[in-house]
Design a protein around this ligand. Structure first.
Ligand code: K1U
Ligand code: ZN
Length: 173
């Protein structure tokens, strides 16, 4: 297992749609392992492959964030939302590609998602609470959408400028 570098916004790869995964092979299993390690190390509750510069449709999540909770890592290959609730939920979202910036985003409170598991089997599950917010945030990443795209243009611009400054400082070392 290895830590992968997380891309920071703005980066053109975070604005592009990712490609479906044709078959679950050793490369896909290694990517999933590396992404889980990278997510726990960050720390975060989710991560999408484009955030580590891999333009394939794979996400990982573990929303059991209470201290002492049993870990519940999930790997979703080619995930797709197949049902959304009428009820909506607002959550103060963050993003590992937009460090230390948070904003309220409204999304369906419950979603049903279909995906392929690491064993190649078709899966379907309903998510609620933080899991529902997280799976929608991660699937958005696969479509080149960031949580700041839901904000008013002025707020989005302010966050983007902060990230440009952060990247300049990081490049200077
Ligand atoms: O996709 C990502 O950038 C990861 C992101 C997922 C996410 C957070 C909040 C709402 C929706 C999706 C994060 O994990 S940001 C970090 C974070 O939320 C967190 C970190 C440590 C403990 C608990 C939460
Ligand atoms: Zn994110």
């Amino acid at each position: 297992m290895a830590l992968r570098k997380i891309l920071i916004h703005p980066d053109p790869r975070l604005k592009k749609a990712a490609d479906p995964i044709a078959s679950v092979d050793d490369d896909v299993r290694r990517l999933a392992d590396d992404m889980l390690e990278t997510m726990y190390d960050a720390p975060g509750i989710g991560l999408a492959a484009p955030q580590v510069a891999v333009m394939n449709r794979l996400i990982v999540m573990d929303c059991e964030k209470e201290e002492g909770a049993t870990p519940n890592p999930m790997v979703l290959i080619n995930p797709a939302v197949v049902w959304t609730s009428e009820e909506r939920n607002v959550y103060d979202e963050g993003c590992l590609s937009i460090p230390e910036q948070y904003a309220e985003v409204e999304r369906p409170a419950e979603v049903e998602v279909q995906w392929t598991g690491l064993d190649g089997k078709a899966m379907r599950e309903r998510f609620d609470g933080l899991w529902a917010t997280c799976v929608q945030h991660e699937i958005d990443h696969l479509n080149g959408t960031l949580f700041i795209d839901y904000l008013k243009p002025l707020k989005r611009q302010m966050i983007t400028r902060k990230m440009q400054k952060l990247k300049r400082e990081m490049a200077r070392g």
